[in-house]
Design a protein around this ligand. Structure first.
Ligand code: ATP
Length: 217
């Protein structure tokens, strides 16, 4: 069964780094579709600069021409704090116990996984698929991670085929060139009145200017 990909983030704003990561993972992990889930009130980082409504609208614009990308607004519509593990429980209930689910993330996010709420339960609900820069394997960097995370990584490392054959529990690595783009960079460039062209889709850049977002940061 083709796995469903899940890409959470603040998307403050969404940019080509996120979109390329998703596009490469869609292809390399042979995913059925990818659900982009903007965080409502992210528990493990600073409050986003702009409202969930704006962040969600920008994701919708960015993914409009890729039918395999879907906006999932469940976290932004919830008023309570919400954690990835809760979202995954909901998705598991909706898609059934046999559907492979893959939580997608960059290598930097994976190395911080042990700071997430009930992080070990995540692996009982979904696989984790990590994008790492070609030439810099995760194996080299995992030594700096928490011992427990290292243990899970060593025991659960799996092939792409495993992702479609099992509903959850594996950790797969995919070599994906990382674009040197971050939402932080885009916010500060807008605040400094510098160009953001080609860092994100033009539709999203236009939305930022129309709504006067990130003028101060
Ligand atoms: P900020 O600069 O505000 O911290 P960000 O650009 O890192 O934001 P997030 O919304 O925090 O974006 O990231 C969501 C996911 O996208 C994370 O798993 C992160 O590792 C991944 N990601 C972010 N930027 C890139 C990039 N340039 N290339 C590949 N993956 C990325």
């Amino acid at each position: 069964m083709k796995p469903i990909g899940i890409l959470g983030g603040t998307f403050d704003p969404i940019h080509y780094g996120h979109l390329r990561l998703a596009e490469e993972m869609l292809e390399l992990a042979n995913l059925q579709h990818i659900r982009f889930i903007p965080a409502g009130n992210p528990p493990h980082r600073d409050t986003p600069q702009v409202s969930a409504l704006h962040r969600s609208a920008m994701v919708q614009l960015a993914i409009a021409d890729q039918p395999a990308f879907v906006l999932d607004e469940r976290e932004v519509l919830r008023s309570a704090k919400c954690f990835t593990v809760h979202t995954l429980r909901e998705l598991r209930a909706e898609f059934g116990e046999n559907q492979p689910l893959c939580l997608l993330m960059g290598g930097d996010a994976f190395l911080q996984l042990h700071t997430w709420h009930e992080w070990e339960q995540i692996l009982d609900l979904a696989h984790i698929v990590v994008g790492y820069r070609p030439g810099f394997t995760l194996e080299e960097r995992i030594h700096s991670a928490s011992p427990k995370l290292r243990e899970h990584y060593q025991q659960r490392l799996c092939s792409v085929d495993y992702l479609s054959q099992h509903p959850y529990g594996g950790i797969a690595e995919l070599a994906i060139p990382k674009l040197e783009i971050s939402a932080t960079l885009i916010r500060s460039r807008v605040a400094e009145n510098r160009t953001i062209r080609y860092l994100l889709p033009a539709t999203v850049a236009n939305y930022i200017y129309q709504h006067h977002l990130y003028i101060s940061c």
